[in-house]
Ligand binder design. Structure first.
Ligand code: COA
Length: 389
């Protein structure tokens, strides 16, 4: 029988600018919080999976597996997991698989990224390593550039405007206003988005996630361990999926669609025995406003071409029929890339347990979903979380 996996405890640092702090210092803080929340001693950890993308460049630090374990005060096998911006969700999936396979009872997962010690051009160059070095980066593409191609192509194929995208940024900023862990806790309006400095058409400043520093962690345990130790761990990871797509955008059949997310979602839904109609709320990888649209369509909540108006119509707001990015998303909560998937798990767990500042919006919710993408969604990881009634 496959073991089921529970989230015993979560932790994350506030996301934002702390260029003087190393990734290991931030991860130590997130792990401390996760152990305290879990009420599990670090001595019983069987394995560590740590997500990080650009530390080799930003901190000149490789070999980060043992570094992360030591920072967390754990002596156990420890592996750095790298899948660009989906590094931490891939670390979560590694932990889930370990527990399900019976190799571990307690796994520490998470990730960290230090980005603002670099200038924006340096950070942009480091991030571009997640694109195809032979065909995309050589031709000068950066991530704002790649996603703007996806957005412009979406507009051409399905319609939509900069103003539709602006509503997504406005929503995600509004959701973050009371979230103390978020990088930007200020409201903005559609005009602010449309009048902001242009980054790469159609994206202005507020269509982009920022450069951020931060870390996330969680203690995952088997159901048996939770029962034996009488842990208060009401959230279960019931579905896990991961998939890939052509690495370079130019090789894809359709640029404004993300089949890696579609496939990862199919796996996660089948694993959990649910469909999109059962999901009450979710966190998606909105690294740029268009990414939220593409995610909602790939995950099966909207047909292609239809999610573009979801925020404008109020459907994905806190009080809408499908709240999306109640944490503020990558846009407003921040996006320290190697930590993001773990932060989604942390925010969703608190929302489901009822101890998040936005929990009121999802009081009776039972099922949540996390979508964490790497690069231009050449990789994607989806998890389904369910809370005990
Ligand atoms: N949203 C809102 N405000 C932002 C912001 C963002 N994305 N990025 C920066 N700011 C704010 C800063 O807080 C700062 O405000 P302050 O002057 O009040 O302190 C101001 O804008 C200037 O910040 P700065 O860091 O100098 O911005 P920049 O122009 O150098 O960089 C971007 C802005 C959008 C180009 C940069 O954040 C970026 O490249 N983001 C994308 C990151 C990315 O690609 N991630 C991977 C996704 S796959």
């Amino acid at each position: 029988m496959v073991n089921s996996v529970r989230v015993a405890g979560v932790g994350m640092t506030p996301f934002g600018k702390s260029p003087e702090r190393t990734a290991r210092e931030m991860f130590a803080d997130a792990a401390d919080e996760a152990f305290e929340d879990a009420d599990v001693p670090r001595e019983v950890v069987d394995e560590v999976f740590y997500g990080n993308f650009m530390g080799t460049f930003a901190e000149r630090q490789g070999h980060q597996g043992p570094m992360a374990a030591e920072a967390a005060g754990v002596i156990a096998p420890s592996t750095r997991v790298e899948s660009a911006c989906a590094s931490a969700a891939t670390a979560i999936r590694s932990g889930v698989n370990q527990i399900r396979g019976g190799q571990s009872d307690v796994v520490l997962i998470g990730g960290a990224e230090r980005m603002t010690n670099l200038s924006t051009p340096e950070g942009t160059e480091a991030l571009a390593a997640a694109a195809d070095a032979l065909w995309e980066v050589r031709s000068g593409i950066t991530f704002p550039g790649a996603y703007s191609l996806m957005a412009n192509r979406y507009f051409e194929e399905f319609g939509g405007t900069r103003e539709d995208l602006a509503h997504i940024a406005v929503k995600n900023h509004e959701h973050a206003v009371d979230n103390d862990l978020a990088q930007f806790q200020m409201s903005i309006d559609v005009e602010d988005v449309l009048e902001a400095t242009m980054v790469c058409s159609p994206f202005g400043l507020f269509d982009c996630s920022p450069m951020s520093d931060g870390a996330s962690a969680a203690v995952l345990v088997s159901d048996e361990f939770a029962e034996e130790h009488d842990l208060d761990a009401p959230v279960e990871i019931t579905g896990s999926g991961q998939h890939s797509d052509h690495f370079a955008l130019a090789d894809r059949a359709s640029i404004p669609e993300t089949p890696a997310a579609e496939r990862a979602a199919k796996m996660a839904y089948e694993d959990a025995g649910i469909g999109p109609e059962d999901v009450d709320f979710l966190e998606v990888h909105d690294c740029f406003t268009i990414a939220e649209v593409l995610a909602l369509e790939a995950l099966g909540f909207y047909e292609p071409g239809e999610a573009i108006t979801a925020a404008r119509d109020g459907e994905t707001w806190k009080d809408g029929k499908l709240p999306v990015n109640l944490s503020g998303g990558l846009k407003a909560k921040g996006h320290p890339v190697g930590a993001t998937g773990g932060a989604q798990l942390s925010e969703l767990t608190k929302l489901l347990r009822g101890d998040h500042v936005n929990s009121d919006a999802v009081e009776d919710a039972e099922v949540a979903l996390a979508h964490n993408a790497g690069g231009t969604v050449a990789s994607c990881v989806v998890h389904v979380l369910e809370v005990d009634e």
